[in-house]
Design a protein around this ligand. Structure first.
Ligand SMILES: NC(=O)c1ccc[n+]([C@@H]2O[C@H](COP(=O)([O-])OP(=O)(O)OC[C@H]3O[C@@H](n4cnc5c(N)ncnc54)[C@H](OP(=O)(O)O)[C@@H]3O)[C@@H](O)[C@H]2O)c1
Length: 252
């Protein structure tokens, strides 16, 4: 139900996958949720499934004007933002066909296409930061503002150096390194915002079956959204942390 007391959240890339489940959980927790979508029709379709607490908003994290307009619209309607979930992400530039393994092989540092790397980083790194910058003024107006960056265990440099980690061979420069960069930005921002009431954390949903990995992930979107949702809803939690799907602390 929509009430005066509803907190306000924005989830980027919320028309499908993990982002849709995060938006669903927030709507169920009486947040007014802006369902960010680069294709507004897809966003409207998703929002219509989430009930009256959900509002579709056009937001392509790589297009400055859509970020600006989204921030203006939320400012006009609410004057603040309680929660920003930077969820939008891509694993490749969509220019190649193949299995997940073939895609990964093409994204290794010795052979990766620099233009594909730029396209993915544009969304996962620069897009997430651009959205964050645009919404910080609105977050500052909220009583307990939070930013959740949806990262990946693949972005942990420490885990990628651990010989016992079976996933370390999947640490590529197109996607994996983009999540390491997102993690670096999370730490940088947490340091800058220290002493303010804005909290920022990174979370990994775990290996979740979505379009991102041709639905080869082993967990459901319900499972994958659990940790992002837990951190998103935690108003009294910490800042500058990186956690995994079982609430475990991941090293940066
Ligand atoms: N699935 C996993 O195993 C896994 C593991 C670790 C981390 N993650 C992270 O979880 C997040 C969600 O991914 P997912 O697995 O749910 O994948 P997904 O189902 O492919 O969803 C990705 C979402 O991001 C949107 N998006 C892509 N580029 C965008 C842009 N430029 N502007 C705005 N939205 C954009 C997509 O929109 P369209 O529908 O229009 O394409 C879609 O809504 C990503 O950050 C991903 O890196 C996923």
């Amino acid at each position: 139900m929509k009430t005066e007391k509803n907190k306000v959240a924005l989830v980027t890339g919320a028309n499908t996958g993990v982002g849709f489940q995060i938006a669903k959980a927030l709507a169920e927790n009486n947040y007014t949720v802006y369902v960010g979508a680069r294709n507004l029709e897809k966003g409207k379709n998703a929002a219509s499934q989430l009930g009256e607490n959900a509002i579709a908003i056009e937001l392509d994290v790589t297009v400055e004007n859509t970020i600006k307009l989204a921030a203006k619209a939320i400012e006009k309607e609410h004057g603040l933002l309680d929660l920003l979930v930077n969820n939008a992400g891509i694993s490749n530039a969509g220019t190649r066909q193949g299995t997940m393994e073939e895609m990964l092989a093409a994204q290794m540092p010795s052979v990766a296409s620099i233009s594909e790397m730029k396209a993915v980083w544009n969304t996962n790194v620069f897009g997430a930061l651009a959205v964050t910058q645009a919404f910080i003024p609105l977050l500052r107006n909220a009583p307990s503002p939070r930013i959740v960056n949806v990262s990946s265990g693949l972005g942990s440099l420490t885990m990628n150096q651990d010989p016992s980690n079976p996933y370390r061979k999947s640490f590529d420069v197109v996607y994996g390194a983009s999540k390491a960069a997102m993690n670096a930005i999370t730490v940088s921002l947490a340091n800058e915002l220290e002493g303010t009431n804005i909290k920022i954390n990174a979370v990994s949903p775990g290996f979740t079956a979505t379009a991102l990995n041709n639905f080869q992930g082993t967990e459901s979107v319900e499972e994958g959204s659990k940790e992002p949702v837990r951190v998103a809803l935690d108003e009294s939690g910490v800042s500058g942390q990186f956690t995994g799907p079982n609430q475990e602390h991941f090293p940066w």
